[in-house]
Design a protein around this ligand. Structure first.
Ligand SMILES: C[S@@+](CC[C@H](N)C(=O)[O-])C[C@H]1O[C@@H](n2cnc3c(N)ncnc32)[C@H](O)[C@@H]1O
Length: 290
């Protein structure tokens, strides 16, 4: 379903104790959570949440452990889940941002440019906004802003004009509709790597917009000081520069509250990248509350 990234690096730097109260804000398919449970003692607690109902159903069926409670919801509302459990704060937090491999490959929601699926991209099906709605209705400036700020695609004028031209004749419905427009909007000089990087960024920007990913990350960070006990640790894995910039800036601006457990970021080893090419862009930051 999903191969968890930076597993040993994450566990090592969290320094788990028997009695920790841990929040896994992105439980996904439970890869990190299963490892955390192995380290907790009988009195430990793990609270897992995810905004994707398919992931939640999988964990509810597959991970049966009295120390684990799972919530269907957004990590930006973590304080609410803690309250339901009778906790004010936790001792460890894990947030592994982005997508699971299952979402990318088999969700039927068009997250990947390699699948023939509807242009949906909603992690939470109750949201109304889909990728197709964005492509078919957003104004030129809004599309340009989205691609440049969420994916650093600054040379996107031609892409945006082509999107607007195409939708006037034939609205966007499925993944290949967008792939076709990307291919006709950039000059890739037969370089497959360049094509893959560009199309990945286009899909990433849409996914971020559909799911308000950066807003939720910022909300979560704002609530972080009150979610963590003193000496508690938070580990965040990000997968692209836009996310990582937000995390890095937050901790820089909150030096009085958090200290880094190590300098900079931990990236996957070459061995991990060979085993799981999707881990390539992962960056782990771990901080401790003073
Ligand atoms: C990389 S996967 C997590 C994988 C998990 N750590 C594991 O080892 O199996 C990212 C997960 O985060 C979830 N997610 C992304 N943004 C979220 C948010 N704001 N609130 C809750 N879950 C979120 C996605 O639905 C996805 O299941």
């Amino acid at each position: 379903m999903h191969r968890s990234v930076l597993k040993s690096e994450l566990l090592e730097n969290l320094c788990l104790n028997d009695s920790d109260i841990v929040l896994d804000g992105t439980i996904g398919y439970g890869g990190h959570s299963r490892e955390i449970l192995k380290k907790l003692g009988p009195q430990g607690t793990l609270i897992g949440c995810d905004r994707d109902r398919t992931a939640i159903s999988y964990c509810l069926e597959e991970i049966s452990d009295p120390r684990l409670t799972i919530y269907d919801g957004n990590f930006s509302q973590a304080s609410h889940f803690l309250e339901l459990m009778g906790h004010k704060a936790v001792t460890k937090i894990v947030v592994d941002l982005g997508m699971s491999s299952f979402q990318l490959d088999h969700s039927g929601r068009g997250f990947s440019f390699q699948v023939e699926e509807p242009l949906d991209m909603r992690m939470t099906k109750t949201n109304e906004l889909t990728a197709a709605i964005i492509l078919n209705t957003y104004q030129k400036n809004d599309l340009e802003d989205m691609f440049s700020s969420y994916s650093d695609l600054h040379n996107c004028n031609r892409l945006v004009s082509n999107i607007i031209e195409r939708r006037a004749k034939n609205p966007f419905k499925r993944v290949p509709d967008l792939v076709e427009v990307v291919k006709s909007s950039f000059f890739f000089r037969n370089k497959r790597k360049q094509y893959i990087q560009t199309v990945t960024r286009v899909f990433q920007a849409l996914r971020i917009e559909v799911n308000s990913e950066l807003e939720h990350l910022k909300l979560f960070l704002t609530s972080l000081p009150s979610l963590l006990h003193s000496k508690g640790r938070v580990a965040i894995i990000s997968f692209h520069s836009t996310e990582d910039r937000i995390v890095k800036r937050y901790f820089k601006e909150h030096k009085d509250i958090f200290t880094p457990v190590f300098k900079g970021v931990i990236s996957p080893t070459q061995y991990e990248i060979r085993q799981n090419s999707r881990s390539k862009s992962a960056k782990l930051r771990v901080h401790e509350k003073r």
